[in-house]
Design a protein around this ligand. Structure first.
Ligand code: NAD
Ligand code: TYD
Length: 345
C-alpha cells in the first residue's frame, strides 16, 4: 500500500480519511479522485497540500469514466483503491435514484474493471450498515447476513457490495468491504441529520424530526471510522467484510436532546414532521469482527454528537456558504411543503 487512489476524497468521510492516512502512514501517497458534486468540496481538503506536499495529489474525475480512471491509475502508479465515491443521501435517493445507480453501481463496476485490468490492484469498498436493511428487535447484523436493502440508496450500495464480492470470487481480485454505521464529525454536508439539526439550531430554525423520532441509529465519530478502514487495509483478510460502528444505538429524539443540550438551545425547536417514505427504523451492527482485529472506537455516540456540535458551532465559515447555496433549493424541496406529523395521522 503505497500509492492509494481515494475516490470521493473531497467528501465528508473521504477528506477525513485522507488526513488520517497521510498523518499515520509516512510511506503512503494519496491521490484523491473526485467529481466534485454538490457534496464534494475542495475546501474540505484545505491545508492538505501545504502540509503534505508531493505525497498528496488531486484529480477531478468521474468514477464512471473508464478512460479517466485508467489514465489516473497509470499516471500515479496506483496499487490500492479505496472507494468512497458515491451519492450518499437517502432523501435525495427517494427524490431521484438515477445518480445513485450511475455512481454507486456503475461507478463501482468501472473501478473494479480498472483494478482487474491494471494489475489486480488491492480494492477496498466503503459500504454502509444500510445494506442489511431494517433490523428488528434486539438483533444485530453480522457480516455474512443477507443484504436486504429497502431504499434506492441502500439498494445501490448493496449492489456494489455484490459486485465487489463477485470480482473476488470470479477474478481473485484482492478486495475487502467495510460497512460503517452513521458517521458524524467535521465537514459533513448539512443534509444529514446531525449537521442539519446543529446548523438549524444555530440558525434559530426548527429541527424537522421525521415521524415519531423513535428510529435508532449508531452515531460514530468519523475519526474512529477512518482508523478502522486503515487497519483493514493493513491487516484485514482478503475477501472479507467488516462492520464498523460503536455497537450501540440511540433514538433520533435522544440524539436531538444531546445536541440541543450541548448547544444550549431549547427543546421547543423540535418539530415532528411527515415521516420519510420506507424509513428504516433501526440499524444495528455487531462489530466483534472489527474488535478482534484490534480496533476500538475512541468516542461513544454521545461524545461524538457533542464534539460534532462544537465543531459546527466553531466553524460557521465552513457551513454557512453551503447553506446559502444549492442547499436552499434542496431544503425547500424536501421540507418546504412537508406536513407536520400530526397532520399525517
Ligand atoms: P459525501 O456525500 O460527503 O461525499 C461523496 C463524495 O463522492 C463527494 O466528494 C463527491 O464529489 C464524490 N462523488 C460522487 N459521485 C462521484 C463520481 N461519480 N465520481 C467521483 N466522485 C464522486 O459522502 P460521505 O458521507 O463522505 O460517504 C462516503 C462513503 O461512505 C460513501 O460510499 C457512503 O456510502 C459511505 N458511508 C457513509 C456513511 C455516512 O454516515 N456518511 C456511513 C457509512 C458509509
Ligand atoms: P440520515 O442522516 O439521513 O442518515 P440515514 O441514512 O441513516 O437515514 O438520517 C438519520 C436519521 O435521522 C434517520 O432515522 C432519519 C432521521 N432524519 C430526521 O428525522 N429528519 C431529517 O431531517 C433527516 C435528514 C433525517
Amino acid at each position: 500500500m503505497q500509492n492509494i487512489l481515494v475516490t470521493g476524497g473531497a467528501g465528508f468521510i473521504g477528506c477525513n480519511f485522507v488526513r488520517h492516512i497521510l498523518q499515520h502512514d509516512s510511506a503512503a501517497n494519496v491521490i484523491v479522485y473526485d467529481k466534485l458534486t454538490y457534496a464534494g468540496r475542495l475546501e474540505n481538503l484545505a491545508g492538505v497540500s501545504e502540509r503534505f506536499g508531493p505525497r498528496y495529489n488531486f484529480v477531478r474525475g468521474d468514477i464512471c469514466d473508464t478512460a479517466s480512471v485508467e489514465r489516473t491509475i497509470a499516471e500515479f502508479n496506483i496499487d490500492t483503491i479505496v472507494n468512497f465515491a458515491a451519492e450518499t443521501h437517502v432523501d435525495r435517493s427517494i427524490l431521484d435514484p438515477d445518480a445513485f445507480v450511475q455512481t454507486d453501481v456503475l461507478g463501482t463496476y468501472v473501478l473494479l474493471e480498472a483494478a482487474r485490468n491494471m494489475g489486480n490492484l488491492r480494492f477496498h469498498q466503503i459500504s454502509t450498515d444500510e445494506v442489511y436493511g431494517h433490523i428488528e428487535g434486539r438483533r444485530r447484523s453480522v457480516e455474512n447476513d443477507a443484504l436486504l436493502p429497502r431504499s434506492p440508496y441502500s439498494a445501490s450500495k448493496a449492489s456494489a457490495d455484490l459486485f465487489v464480492n463477485a470480482y473476488h470470487t470470479t477474478y481473485d481480485l484482492p478486495v475487502t468491504i467495510s460497512r460503517g454505521a452513521n458517521n458524524i464529525g467535521p465537514f459533513q454536508y448539512p443534509e444529514k441529520v446531525v449537521p442539519l439539526f446543529i446548523t438549524n439550531a444555530l440558525s434559530a430554525m426548527s429541527l424537522p424530526v421525521f415521524g415519531d423520532g423513535q428510529q435508532m441509529r449508531d452515531y460514530q465519530y468519523v475519526a474512529d471510522h477512518c482508523a478502522a478502514i486503515h487497519l483493514i487495509l493493513k491487516q484485514g483478510s482478503i475477501g472479507e467484510s467488516y462492520n464498523i460502528g460503536t455497537g450501540s444505538e440511540m433514538t433520533n429524539l435522544e440524539m436531538v436532546e444531546i445536541l440541543l443540550e450541548e448547544l444550549d438551545k431549547p427543546r421547543s425547536l423540535i418539530l415532528h414532521v411527515e415521516d420519510r417514505q420506507g424509513h428504516d427504523r433501526r440499524y444495528s451492527l455487531d462489530v466483534s469482527k472489527m474488535l478482534a482485529l484490534g480496533w476500538e472506537p475512541d468516542f461513544t455516540p454521545e461524545e461524538a454528537i457533542r464534539a460534532t456540535a462544537r465543531w459546527y458551532r466553531d466553524n460557521r465559515s465552513w457551513w454557512q456558504p453551503i447553506r446559502d447555496g444549492e442547499f436552499k433549493d434542496y431544503y425547500q424541496t424536501v421540507y418546504g411543503a412537508r406536513k407536520t406529523y400530526n397532520e399525517t395521522r
